[in-house]
Design a protein around this ligand. Structure first.
Ligand code: T46
Length: 138
């Protein structure tokens, strides 16, 4: 039995109201983020028929947020358990730990913000599904 972490939903504070709009915020050390942020990136203009992701990370932890639109995230854990998450609110994030195969599908208006625990390193990616299954079936 491994002790790999599971993905989970994080609800960020939503400050404001309908009349003035909202601010959502997070800070490290507020006990909400499971890691210190080293990198931020965002994706947009992805056609609905495109599947992005299709990889796992050895070390990187991430939080995915649909700032606009909708993101369908399918995760497969090292133990083969599959979970599907819908992100469609800008104050909701999905924590994706290392060792989790993940695939994302976007509505055409989706803008995805990602908070990551590491600097970019292609060596941290497992991009072959067969390799993912081989590593975690040990
Ligand atoms: C992830 C999901 C949620 C960089 O040069 N620097 C970066 O920080 C990133 C994230 C990407 N890139 C380059 C690497 C590729 O040449 O951007 C190109 C597209 O990356 P990729 O095919 O990995 O994109 P996605 O959307 O499939 O995956 C991304 C992240 O790479 C990945 O870590 O978990 O978003």
């Amino acid at each position: 039995m491994n002790d790999y972490k599971n993905p989970y939903i994080i609800e960020f504070p939503k400050i404001g109201d309908e009349s003035i709009g909202y601010i959502s915020v997070t800070e490290f050390n507020n006990n909400q983020l499971p890691f210190e942020i080293k990198r931020v990136y965002w994706t947009y203009n992805t056609a609905e028929f495109i599947l992005r992701g299709r990889h796992a990370h050895y070390n990187t932890e991430q939080i995915l947020i649909a700032i606009n639109g909708k993101i369908l995230v399918t995760t497969e854990l090292a133990n083969s358990e599959i979970k599907v998450f819908t992100l469609d609110k800008p104050n909701i994030g999905l924590y994706i730990p290392p060792h989790v195969w993940h695939t994302m599908q976007y509505s055409v208006d989706a803008v995805q913000l990602v908070l990551a625990s590491t600097h970019y390193d292609e060596n941290d990616y497992i991009r072959s599904y067969n390799e993912f299954k081989r590593i975690y079936s040990k």
